[in-house]
Design a protein around this ligand. Structure first.
Ligand SMILES: Cc1ncc(COP(=O)(O)O)c(C=O)c1O
Length: 429
């Protein structure tokens, strides 16, 4: 048996093997250079902005799309374009990136958190109804780690209570729930195209909807609250609050080139994930993600569960996980942490100091006492403690890297005594 790399043995994954995301090609460079040549750099009617909107709407199967300068701005537009505002409550999962909740706060609305599914880590539909009050206006499911939420029951609850559904699909371009792409099901939805995302343009966002009114309002919000019509004189009149959420033509052109390759890139992520999950199932001590039969994830992140009991180790996961991460990292297998606590445990919520002076919670129009406590979300806490994401499960990496990963997992997990040694060392330190 080979020594683990962490104890001086050979490393399983060669140092230069891991490629970064996104894969860049001449097509991307040509697209950006063509913008230089065209000299049209700006504007919501610029050719790449308009074409990207049409192409992404078609990809999702939604009627309307607006390109924005971030996922957060797209989400803010998704909230505000439905008329949700000061004092309205929006139900969101405790496990997400906090930008989801920020998009609600940006319009002085109040996030109300609920826990997640124990197996598929998205918002738990059975927790939603208990969180509904007479102030609730919308449910905001987050399709997290590339996994689509269980949209059937969520839409049913929304219909029963007369609520809107707003999607956060920042991590899930192309993921499906009951065969339908996320973004085509909800009333409005926001996507991010920042560097790490399945559809990447460096920075950027996309808002989609089937609702013509929401589309019109979102257009105003994107551009200072004004109505700007291509080819017509500018009115210079703001109809309400608006922001500067326009995207740059370089980014739009780059995003279009990436969008053409999104289906192939997602298919590669799925192929790698299926292979890894099948292989990890035979390696006691870790597990791949569970996929409910009605969902088709796009694996923004490939997550791994840490299971000490499968190795017969009587140690808490809080000691087992870092020891295993250390051993695997030495083999060249990176397992990163994404989120440390439920979002409602972050200071902005526990201290309720959004804009300062307690706003928006203390504003007169809200008038309800709400407390945020991380411990109210035990499934989120358990999920965060037991999981990490595996680096590099995307193209241009190849199946060869996935095979090396499995080799490394087998090597490390076949040596529980060595893992225990690392745990004992950590305890002493
Ligand atoms: C779930 C989720 N929501 C919202 C965002 C915000 O997107 P952006 O960083 O493009 O504003 C991100 C990404 O950072 C995200 O992962």
């Amino acid at each position: 048996m080979q020594d683990l790399a962490v104890f001086g043995g050979p490393r399983t994954v060669p140092e230069d093997m891991l490629e970064t995301w996104p894969p860049l090609t001449q097509e991307d460079r040509d697209a950006v250079n063509a913008v230089f040549d065209s000299n049209v750099l700006h504007g919501t009617s610029a050719p790449n902005a308009v074409a990207l909107q049409d192409e992404f709407a078609e990809f999702i199967g939604a009627k309307y799309c607006l390109v924005t300068n971030s996922g957060t701005s797209a989400l803010h537009m998704a909230v505000a374009s439905l008329g949700i505002g000061p004092g309205d409550e929006v139900i969101i999962p405790a496990f997400t990136y906090w930008s989801t909740a920020a998009a609600v706060l940006h319009h002085n609305a109040i996030p109300v958190f609920v826990d997640i599914e124990p197996d598929a880590f998205c918002i738990e539909p059975s927790c939603i109804e208990a969180a509904i009050t007479d102030k609730t206006k919308a449910i905001l499911p987050v399709h997290i780690h590339g996994m689509a939420c269980n949209m059937g029951p969520i839409m049913e609850i929304a219909r029963k209570h007369g609520l809107y559904v707003i999607g956060d699909a920042c991590q899930a371009h192309g993921a499906k729930s009951d065969g339908k792409k996320v973004g085509s099901i909800e009333d409005t939805c926001g996507f991010s195209t920042n560097r790490s995302k399945n559809l990447s343009s460096g920075e950027g966002g996309l808002f989609v909807t089937n609702n013509e009114d929401a589309f019109r309002v979102a257009g105003r919000l994107r551009e200072f609250g004004e109505v700007v019509v291509h080819g017509e004189d500018r009115e210079y009149n703001a109809y309400g609050m608006g922001w500067m959420y326009r995207a740059h033509e370089f980014v739009n052109a780059f995003c279009r080139a990436q969008l053409r390759r999104l289906p192939a890139n997602n298919a590669k992520r799925q192929e790698f994930a299926q292979y890894l999950t099948a292989e990890l199932a035979d390696i006691p001590g870790v597990e791949g993600p569970y996929t409910p039969p009605n969902r088709e994830p796009v694996y923004f992140s490939y997550i791994v569960k840490f299971c000490p009991e499968q190795l017969g180790l009587d140690v808490p996961v809080s000691l087992y996980k870092p020891a295993l991460q250390k051993a695997l990292a030495a083999e060249g297998i990176g397992l990163g942490q994404w989120q440390n606590v439920p979002v409602p445990a972050q200071s902005v919520f526990t201290d309720k100091q959004g804009y300062g002076k307690g706003c928006p919670w203390t504003c007169a129009h809200y008038g309800r006492e709400i407390e945020y406590r991380g411990e109210d979300y035990p499934t989120t806490i358990k999920f965060i403690a037991e999981h990490a994401y595996l680096a590099g499960v995307f193209p241009p990496n190849t199946m060869e890297l996935m095979e090396r990963y499995i080799e490394g997992f087998k090597k490390v997990l076949s040596q529980p005594a060595a893992i225990m040694k690392l745990i004992d060392e950590a305890k002493k330190a």
